[in-house]
Design a protein around this ligand. Sequence first.
Ligand code: ATP
Length: 213
Amino acid sequence: MTNDSHSVQIIILNGAPRSGKSSIARAVQEHFEGPWINLGVDSYNAMTPKRYLPGIGLRPGGERPDLEELVPFFYAALYESIAIHASLGLNVVADLGHHDSYSQPLGILSDCARRLEDFPVLFVGVRCPIETIMQRRDIVQEGRETLYLSATEEVPIPEPVQRWQDEVHRPGIYDMEVDTSVLTPLECAEAIRHQLDLGIPEPSAFERIAGAR
Ligand SMILES: Nc1ncnc2c1ncn2[C@@H]1O[C@H](COP(=O)(O)OP(=O)(O)OP(=O)(O)O)[C@@H](O)[C@H]1O
């Protein structure tokens, strides 16, 4: 293990539920060299008391002002632990759904970006058209049978699903983007590796976001 923070890499995958973030994170863990630790919404929520769920997965719309008080602290703690992993030489791939559509803007993404300012971060926009998102919401996944709103004849796209689509890519500043409706998870991971080999653009997306207070 190394303590050289410049030899480690951090990948933040940002996208709506069902966009394919976790599948890319798994492909990174399986195919990239070295230890890649997955710290994201699923792993953080597994550690969050049930009564505070959906925790950092709180959807856009400002429906839960009671939870909003905690969400910035959850995110801050998660990003600090990403920084600690990286400072110990452990690569991190984090799959998240950042947005700022709470009952009032919370500025979480720029705060998170500032917490990683000592590290190289590749910020990846995980795009997926809403039609494909809706199809994936119907795929039955063990333990998540009731988690996802599905289409009905009257409401082909439920409002919360549309809200995710509208809000998750604001401000839309990324180092690169992938579209999971045209690339497999492994192809997305390969595109990410290619970008890492080329180098993170300067200034990086996180540097730009951190500066935008
Ligand atoms: N690139 C892809 N091509 C085809 N299907 C995919 C792709 N990526 C993911 N899927 C499928 O879409 C569904 C959602 O994928 P995944 O769990 O990776 O998304 P997610 O963004 O992490 O979702 P959530 O935030 O809801 O956990 C799964 O059934 C998965 O097999």
